[in-house]
Design a binder for this molecule. Structure first.
Ligand code: SF4
Length: 189
């Protein structure tokens, strides 16, 4: 019988494949509806996420939730949110490529179980690994590309928007494009 998302999470919680396991307080597996057609993928847990074991909490999470609400999405109902790495990189540095490579098997397994129709990459780290190695968020944000039968789009990471508020309206347009795409595809949310 195929593994469930709950069984996968239990296995993932004891992962020590990369050195990030040594400094994590909590592993941040992901959250949301396991039957969702839309997944959002960030980089890795920050301090609050590590403390709470939950992705996108704190100010960046609040901003993400606000944008989601505008387009009728809700992490408790109709999407699933995860990160490229499940354990916090110290001092909130970017995950190293070797850490991402060691962790990506968990994300692939999440994709396999959830089988999203649309994947939204939040920020450069996710977009460069999942969409294209030379992905430029400032240039290619909001563009949909198909990969292996899944539509993928990259946009700004909410933390980047907190640092550069001038990009907030552009990011909101990306979310509105996502809403249009959901309607075009007839996805029920
Ligand atoms: S970051 Fe990923 S690969 Fe590294 S220990 Fe955590 S779950 Fe395992």
């Amino acid at each position: 019988m195929a593994e469930t998302i709950e069984e996968l999470e239990i296995r993932c919680r004891s992962c020590t494949k990369c050195p990030l396991s040594e400094t994590r307080k909590n592993l941040v597996f992901g959250v949301g509806n396991k039957d969702a057609d839309i997944m959002f993928i960030g980089e890795g847990p920050g301090e609050q996420e590590d403390l709470q074991g939950y992705p996108f909490v704190g100010r960046s999470g609040q901003l993400l939730d606000k944008y989601l609400e505008i387009i009728d999405l809700d992490r408790k109902k109709n999407i699933y949110i995860a990160n490229m790495v499940k354990c916090r990189p110290p001092q909130n540095r970017d995950p190293k490529s070797e850490e991402t490579e060691m962790c990506i098997g968990w994300l692939r397994s999440q994709f396999k179980i959830i089988r999203p129709k649309i994947i939204v990459c939040l920020g450069r780290i996710a977009a460069q690994r999942l969409i294209s190695p030379d992905f430029r968020v400032t240039k290619q944000h909001g563009e949909f590309v198909e990969k292996n039968g899944v539509l993928m789009m990259g946009t700004f990471h909410p933390s980047a928007l907190l640092r550069n508020p001038s990009q907030k309206s552009i990011a909101l347009e990306d979310f509105q494009k996502l809403r249009t795409k959901i309607k075009e595809l007839g996805i029920r949310i």
